[in-house]
Design a binder for this molecule. Structure first.
Ligand SMILES: Nc1ncnc2c1ncn2[C@@H]1O[C@H](COP(=O)(O)OP(=O)(O)OP(=O)(O)O)[C@@H](O)[C@H]1O
Ligand SMILES: [Mg+2]
Length: 253
């Protein structure tokens, strides 16, 4: 059985997609089998890995026209791709019975094929995100260590609590990831302190440093390990993946 993790923060540009790709690739480096699901109509994850338009994407699957049909990026790393059409899905599925559970039903039959399934959420709290939350055991929240990092978090927590209460009892905030961290900046250090005060030991010890290689890798259509294996970005995501394995296996085994 796989551990399903949603990367969620409705604030845009905080490092959800970068984290999904590189945590995924990092877990593979540690010997795990990983499925990434691009649940964002912007399709940034799909485009960042240079995956061509597939006949069946998450959009066709959510509409009930196909099963999940992952694309193999490398051994042990597969991706369910997205397309811009997915932006219409929220409206199209609004009257569907059990509309919050469509993704969960799609994941169920293939769940045993992977150790980890990581869902890259869009920067919104609509039906797609609800589908991610009903499918997940854990939500990880990436937070950019900048001014206003915590803004909007009360709303995010409220949505997660509601989903846990009404739709998915097992859902937990499993981790908070501090991203784009620069230890030389007082502001960054102060924000991390605030994040730690609020979330306590939910915050991963590994912080993802501000590292230009992480921003460059998508232009080459590869993960950070293929782009520059000795970069700080590669070191940080490898360490974070290790921490995730320890944290999840402590509970699951
Ligand atoms: N640690 C980092 N260091 C430097 N640049 C980064 C880092 N993490 C992410 N970036 C860059 O910051 C931008 C936003 O990151 P990303 O796309 O992962 O955020 P997101 O939360 O998925 O955004 P959206 O809400 O639009 O989906 C991207 O250009 C990415 O390459
Ligand atoms: Mg994204």
């Amino acid at each position: 059985m796989s551990v399903v993790i949603s990367l969620l923060n409705h604030k845009g540009g905080v490092g959800k997609t970068t984290s999904a790709i590189n945590i995924g690739a990092g877990l593979v480096k540690h010997g795990k089998r990983v499925l990434l699901i691009d649940l964002d109509p912007q399709a940034n994850l799909t485009l960042s890995l240079g995956i061509p338009r597939q006949k069946s994407t998450i959009y066709e699957a959510m509409r009930g026209e196909s099963e999940l049909e992952p694309f193999e990026v490398q051994e042990n790393l597969e991706v369910v791709t997205s397309v811009l059409d997915l932006s219409g899905a929220e409206m199209e599925l609004i009257n569907e019975a059990g509309r919050e559970f469509i993704l969960r039903e799609l994941i169920d039959p293939i769940s045993h094929d992977y150790d980890y399934i990581i869902i890259d959420c869009p920067p919104s709290l609509g039906l797609l995100t609800l589908n991610a939350l009903t499918s997940s055991r854990y939500v990880y929240i990436p937070l950019q260590t900048q001014f206003l990092a915590m803004q909007g978090l009360a709303k995010l927590k409220q949505v997660i609590d509601k989903v846990r209460f009404r739709l998915n009892k097992k859902l937990e905030i499993g981790g908070v990831i501090a991203t784009m961290y620069d230890h030389r900046k007082v502001l960054n250090r102060d924000v991390v302190e605030t994040i730690r005060k609020y979330f306590g030991d939910k915050v991963f010890k590994t912080m993802i440093r501000d590292n230009v290689a992480l921003a460059e890798a998508p232009a080459k259509h590869v993960d950070i390990f293929s782009y520059n294996g000795s970069s700080n970005g590669a070191k940080d995501y490898l360490a974070l993946a290790q921490e995730i394995i320890l944290r999840t296996e402590e509970v699951e085994v």
